[in-house]
Design a protein around this ligand. Structure first.
Ligand code: MG
Length: 205
């Protein structure tokens, strides 16, 4: 990997492959020189830590947006449900505790601003231009399109739109992130710079 993962990297719950992490890190190193980075869908902090470490000691910030109540696929009875992250007291998913612990262990809390709410609410009064937006939130079409529409417009020219779980072949995975990827390219506002596994990197023209 092009960034040095913390010793407990392999134990962090999450769905980011090592080759994707390396590409994401390289993109964040470049993009964070342009402006702050926004991640949508932090879960337990695996990609958050990857991005934050890649930003190094630059002055830039990483906004880590997640309501931490789990996406559709994380709910009880769904394929990606993890009972360790279920809070019986409130009968809801809660990945925030695990997220915060992982960030503290990785020593990156000083450059990450957690935003614990929905994409729509966080975007309502947002006006900060962004160097990079990483879309890895809910994988329903509605959730993925909302994330794109809320945030892609805040990217600076030359900034990076990263989309995770892009599967052109429906047999390999859900199609919502791919739909967002297509929408971005067809808008004429982006060009693809790299594809690594299911991670797509686009440049804002
Ligand atoms: Mg993902």
């Amino acid at each position: 990997m092009s960034f040095t993962p913390p010793p407990f990297w392999g134990a962090i719950k999450g769905f980011l492959a090592d080759d994707e992490a390396a590409a994401l890190a390289a993109a964040a190193t470049r993009a964070s020189a342009l402006g702050p980075v926004l991640e949508i869908g932090s879960y337990c902090g695996k990609s958050t830590i990857c991005l934050a470490l890649a930003m190094g000691d630059s002055d830039s910030l990483l906004f880590a947006l997640d309501h931490h109540r789990g996406s559709e696929e994380h709910q009880p009875g769904e394929f990606f449900h993890d009972p360790d992250l279920y809070d019986d007291g409130v009968a809801q998913m809660d990945s925030f505790r695990e997220f915060r612990l992982n960030l503290e262990r990785a020593g990156v809390s000083d450059r990450v601003v957690p935003i614990v709410t929905t994409s729509q609410l966080a975007a309502r009064h947002w006006s900060t231009p962004l160097g990079m937006v990483f879309i890895d939130g809910g994988h329903s079409l509605d959730a993925a399109l909302t994330d794109y529409r809320c945030w892609a417009g805040h990217l600076l020219r030359g900034g990076t739109l990263a989309i995770h779980d892009v599967y052109p072949d429906a047999a390999s995975g859900g199609q919502a992130p791919y739909a967002v990827y297509r929408l971005a390219l067809e808008s004429g506002l982006f060009r693809e710079t790299q594809r690594v596994n299911s991670l797509a990197l686009l440049e804002r023209l």
